[in-house]
Design a protein around this ligand. Structure first.
Ligand code: ADP
Ligand code: MG
Ligand code: MG
Length: 252
């Protein structure tokens, strides 16, 4: 079993403090939903975990199985088993999807133990079919010309192929129609279990109807203001963030 611990994390962007002491522990096998109003620091949290250079960690710790993640370069974090499906996935010209995913998989394997190409292609085909992606998408440059929904599906494809220890899915539901939402959710649910943990960042309860989280955390003003079970997401859907804000006495 793996554990990702975030301890009293403070993060600034251009000198402005955005995260003001985030505490969160995730174990493999668990799905945690992070909800919260716009601009509260959800994407900042995911960027800080992955090591985006614009996000300065001013204090606190991130530990993966006790190892100091903040000491790792971005590629080391990926090799250690962290994965981020970005809110706004970037296009990578000149590298096909199939090449990109294969090199990401092999980067996590020992030299000489690379995944045999035929085995890889078979897995890729099968996973793409499950996500109802057309075969030609494997040979297109990463995300280039993909629609918003195709990019999101492509992030899930990468996740399913790379099999990280922990995935952070940042608004994977935004821009998805209901059919695509079901397909993406099915992919995430297939990954659930022993060796995989997942942090789902979303504004909406809707996604959580398909992926039932084990824990729900509400983030406000750069901190986790409230944690609970799936019922907390339902309450948010009914009351909005305002109810919790006034109950906890948090100012805008
Ligand atoms: P959320 O994902 O919860 O909507 P973000 O983490 O994206 O929130 O943003 C939190 C705050 O940090 C916002 O006020 C946003 O404007 C600010 N912010 C995010 N990224 C940058 C950046 N690169 N430069 C300056 N401010 C930023
Ligand atoms: Mg946002
Ligand atoms: Mg965001």
């Amino acid at each position: 079993m793996s554990t990702l611990q975030i301890k009293d994390l403070h993060v600034s962007i251009e000198g402005k403090e955005i995260l003001k002491g985030v505490n969160l522990t995730m174990n493999s096998g668990e799905v945690h939903a992070i909800m919260g109003p716009n601009g509260t620091g959800k994407s900042t949290l995911s960027s800080a975990v992955m090591g985006h250079p614009s996000y300065e960690v001013t204090s606190g710790e991130i530990l993966l199985d006790g190892e100091d993640v903040l000491e790792m370069e971005v590629d080391e974090r990926a090799r250690a088993g962290l994965f981020l499906a970005m809110q706004y996935p970037s296009e990578v010209t000149g590298i096909t999807n199939a090449e990109f995913i294969r090199s990401a998989i092999n980067a996590r394997r020992e030299e000489g133990d690379e995944l045999p190409i035929m085995k890889y292609l078979k897995q890729l085909d099968k996973t793409m079919a499950g996500l109802e992606m057309t075969e030609e998408m494997a040979e297109r440059y990463v995300n280039e010309g993909f629609s918003g929904g195709e990019k999101k599906r492509n992030e899930i494809l990468q996740m399913m192929m790379i099999k990280p220890k922990f995935a952070i899915l940042d608004e994977i539901d935004s821009g998805l129609d209901i059919d695509a939402l079901k397909i993406v959710s099915k992919g995430v649910n297939e990954m659930r279990g022993g060796e995989f943990g997942c942090m789902i960042i979303t504004h909406y309860q809707r996604l959580l109807n398909y992926i039932t989280p084990d824990h729900v955390h509400v983030m406000m003003n750069g901190k986790i203001a409230l944690s609970g079970g799936p019922e907390l997401a339902k309450r948010l859907e009914a009351e909005g963030y305002e109810g919790i804000r006034s109950e906890l006495g948090i100012e805008l």
